[in-house]
Design a protein around this ligand. Sequence first.
Ligand SMILES: *[C@@H]1O[C@H](CO)[C@@H](O)[C@H](O)[C@H]1NC(C)=O
Ligand SMILES: *[C@@H]1O[C@H](CO)[C@@H](O)[C@H](O)[C@H]1NC(C)=O
Length: 130
Amino acid sequence: MQFTLLISTIVALLTAFTSAQPVARNALDVWSPTVLSPTSTTVWTQGQQYNVTWDTSDAPSQISNGASVRLGVQHTLTDTVLADGFDLRQGWVTVTAPVVPSGSEYTIILFGDSGNESEEFSIIAAYLHL
Ligand SMILES: *[C@@H]1O[C@H](CO)[C@@H](O)[C@H](O)[C@H]1NC(C)=O
Ligand SMILES: *[C@@H]1O[C@H](CO)[C@@H](O)[C@H](O)[C@H]1NC(C)=O
């Protein structure tokens, strides 16, 4: 009886421990690379192509798929997806500057397992260059 009680206590403890960490994967799987560009001095012209780049020097050997680049405004994520389905270990992806109101408070957020944001940069209307 005492033995059975001990076993069920251990099982209960183990269950509590595992369910408290439902997504406990290899810690290295969560990688949020530092965005190298765009930076605060970057200006994108609508419709032109630019490279978003990030630091891959600390890339883990195993990362999940589903990387994407999203546009942010004033550090708030928008629905605008600039790129997805690329390999995060590549360190760069080419995007087309979206047609959005001209402004200097845009960011890109690079998503892998987690997201990391660029510095604020500018996107301007193409006609301003004519
Ligand atoms: C996000 O990038 C910054 C630098 O831009 C870096 O200091 C930080 O460690 C990164 N965040 C995470 C969660 O890795
Ligand atoms: C983006 O980077 C790749 C690799 O360095 C290069 O081949 C390509 O020309 C770049 N594209 C732009 C738009 O800068």
